[in-house]
Design a protein around this ligand. Structure first.
Ligand code: IPM
Ligand code: MN
Length: 371
């Protein structure tokens, strides 16, 4: 399998380095079939090559089976040094999603009961831990609708952007969500919408009812997006699978990162019909870049998702998850999370990576035949 690696900006390269150590170990110990090809992507690529997603990178991605991407972008002030249409969020990330039509974004939100102290929520709310997955539609809606900017008749600066979905776009992401919910123990799907205001949600909900008839074992709850924001704080353990359109998913998934204590604990998978890519849900955190303090959990978790979802290395993926969780359960954290936790032991980005490697080296793989 050819994997294009786009390390990105800010903390991207340092968390990617730790994630690639995990791949290297699995190549050595489990003979996983992976060839890594690095390519420039993001703000750094704009300054070096004139584009945040240059043609050479497009070619490498086209020729790869899978893409592994770090966070990209600059801080608010530095972003202004790049013309709007070439800023990496638009010209690299959105372009990547569009190019490979990665319509289904899986964002797992997980804290085992023994990790529950990482959450800022009260123990009474969080003590059973959290284990749900957000499915966010990723290539439609406001992000990709028509946009115009100009002046209105009164001479006021004016902007218009449209939230667009067609039936097929809605059906395919809902089908992914139902398939996932149907495989999980609780089989609970929360449909997040705003049909009291948005016509797009009315169509979304209509199609949801049609798709639901194929999944009689999945129990569906419809929840308005604003109410879902409250429910995520008051009782996050009620959720199993949540599905929603692009913009709702962007906002609620960051809120989900907040309730588990850090966006640094949010890996993700962006799945298309032909190609998928894997990335942390968070930004490039330029303020802490290069300090060896960023948590590589989200990047290493993205590797676990890649092994599981695109490579069929389920056993290896499980062991990577076990390693990540056990480090956290033992109270080891990077500085971003450590400040909020009383008896945490602060370790660096690199030490976190080394702990994952040490745990994986101890796995008795002889119990597991090769895939
Ligand atoms: C995310 C990010 C992106 C998004 C940005 C960087 C374009 O916030 O993956 O959630 O809004 O989708
Ligand atoms: Mn986001």
């Amino acid at each position: 399998m050819k994997v294009a690696v786009l390390s990105g900006d800010g903390i991207g390269p340092e968390i990617m380095t730790q994630a690639l150590r995990v791949i290297d170990l699995l190549i050595e110990q489990r003979r996983i079939d992976v060839e890594i090809i690095h390519a420039p992507f993001g703000a750094g690529s704009y300054f070096d090559h004139g584009h945040p997603f240059p043609d050479q990178t497009k070619k490498i991605c086209d020729e790869s089976d899978i893409i592994l991407k770090g966070p990209v972008g600059l801080n608010h002030e530095d972003s202004k040094k790049i013309p709007i249409e070439l800023q990496p969020e638009r010209a690299a990330i959105l372009a990547l999603r569009q190019r490979y039509d990665t319509f289904a974004n899986f964002r797992p939100v997980f804290l085992s009961p023994r990790m529950s102290h990482f959450s800022p929520l009260k123990p009474s709310v969080i003590s059973n831990g959290i284990d749900f997955i957000m499915i966010r539609e990723l290539v439609g809606g406001l992000y990709f609708g028509k946009k115009t900017r100009g002046e209105d008749l009164a001479g006021q600066r004016f902007v218009e952007e449209s939230l667009e979905y067609n039936e097929k776009q809605i059906r395919r992401v809902l089908t992914i969500a139902f398939e996932l919910a149907n495989k999980r123990t609780r089989r609970q799907l929360h449909n997040i919408h705003k049909s009291n205001v948005l016509l797009s949600s009315v169509l979304w909900n209509e199609i949801l009812e049609e798709v639901a008839s194929d999944y009689p074992d999945v129990s569906v709850k419809n929840m308005l997006v604003d109410a879902a924001a409250t429910a995520l704080c008051l009782d996050p353990s009620q959720f199993d699978v949540m599905v929603m359109e692009n913009m709702f998913g962007d906002i609620l998934s960051d809120q989900a990162g907040g309730i588990i204590g850090s966006l640094g604990l949010m890996p993700s998978a962006c799945v298309g019909e032909k190609k998928s890519y894997f990335e942390p849900s968070h930004g490039s955190a330029p303020d802490i870049a290069g300090k060896n303090i960023a948590n590589p959990y989200s990047m290493i978790g993205s590797i676990a998702m890649m092994l599981e979802m695109s490579m069929n290395y389920q056993i290896e993926a499980n062991e990577v998850w076990v390693a990540l969780h056990s480090i956290m359960e033992k109270g080891y954290v990077t500085a971003d999370l450590g400040a909020a936790i009383d008896d945490a032991t602060i370790i660096s980005t690199e030490e976190f990576g080394s702990k994952v490697i040490d745990i994986l080296k101890e796995v008795d793989w002889s119990l597991h035949p090769y895939n």
